[in-house]
Design a protein around this ligand. Structure first.
Ligand code: BMA
Length: 323
């Protein structure tokens, strides 16, 4: 993927003060992305100096220069959740059956859960509920039902060391009839230990192409000991049966190289979370020649943009993987 020359396209300096909760923001990263009403919209993860997290919307006509809203996103009804919510973060936006759904992580004492909200206009957001029962992160909805079921990818969290931070090495495909209650259907891909994607998690929602469901994910290499390195990769799933993985890249497609990726709140992180496909055919399939914009968090500090095409991503996903 090619980094945009204007990277990072959003930094803490672009975040307005919204007192009393948010003043002098510390960082902005891991945005959800969608094209809506001819504009590019990002749902930003903004962190304050109390290290609380907030969602803010930003909009743009060219996908590069964004204006950030002067109000915090409020999910109507989320206050009814009985357990304390410490953080909400890493929104993934999916257009599904004429509405927009936002799946996001919620840090609570019971672990990380997946919250779901719905909007028609990106001004009013309704909280639909918590859609998980176990510690899980990186939930992304498919943009349509497959085989009569709603589908999502999710990544259960496990602690590697007792009491240590939780992460995961398998992305699962889950199914649902109502978007709230989910059942694991099949494991999709697992971490490739010793290589670039030892621990993994979904990036932006999958994209329908004539070659299969195309999906960008992140992989973490831990074997250097001194640092966890977050990179991006790509995979393909069968159109009719997404439980069948038909392609997976061998090499990562984006790795921390620029100073804004190497240095920051969490060094060595590129974390793709939003993807805009510009050209889609009448059946809703992304065209091979379509430009693609991938929005990613850099070093948990700023928002960046990388570009590619559908054809290029498919070609890379069809490379022979490391077994
Ligand atoms: C992951 C998530 C992301 C974050 C990344 C790097 O586990 O928490 O939100 O960007 O770590 O710190």
């Amino acid at each position: 993927m090619e980094r945009h020359l204007k990277n990072p396209i959003l930094t803490r300096k672009d975040i307005p003060d919204i007192p009393p909760l948010l003043t002098d923001a510390t960082s902005v990263f891991n945005p959800g992305a969608v094209k809506f009403g001819g504009k590019y919209l990002l749902m930003l993860r903004v962190q304050s100096r109390s290290r609380e997290t907030f969602f803010l919307m930003a909009e743009s006509t060219d996908g590069v220069k964004f204006t950030v809203a002067r109000e915090l996103v409020e999910f109507k009804g989320i206050d009814k959740v009985k357990e304390k919510i410490y953080h909400v973060y890493d929104a993934r936006i999916t257009s599904l059956e004429g509405a927009y759904y936002i799946m996001f992580a919620m840090d609570m004492d019971s672990g990380c859960q997946l919250g779901l909200a719905k909007t028609a206009d990106f001004r009013n957001f309704d909280f639909l509920g918590i859609t998980s029962t176990e510690d899980v992160r990186n939930g992304v909805l498919f943009p349509e039902k497959v085989g009569g079921k709603y589908l999502r990818m999710e990544r259960p969290n496990k602690a590697r060391l007792e009491g240590g931070p939780t992460t995961g090495s398998t992305i699962w495909l889950s199914e649902s009839d109502d978007l709230i209650h989910w059942k694991e259907q099949a494991p999709l891909i697992s971490g490739r230990f010793h290589y670039w994607d030892e621990f993994i998690g979904s990036g932006p929602p999958p994209v329908k192409t004539r070659s299969g469901w195309l999906h960008i994910y992140h992989g973490v290499a831990t074997h250097f000991g001194s640092a966890n390195i977050y990179q991006a990769g790509v995979m393909l799933m069968d159109l009719q049966n997404p439980a069948k993985v038909i392609g997976r890249c061998r090499n990562n497609i984006l790795e921390p190289r620029e100073i804004y990726e190497i240095s920051g709140q969490v060094p060595n992180v590129v974390f793709p979370s939003g993807m805009i496909v510009e050209k889609v055919d009448q059946g809703g399939f992304a065209l091979p020649e379509s430009p693609v914009k991938v929005y990613y968090g850099a070093a948990d500090t700023s928002v960046c943009l990388a570009t590619t095409t559908i054809r290029e991503l498919i070609t890379i996903a069809q490379e022979s993987p490391i077994l």
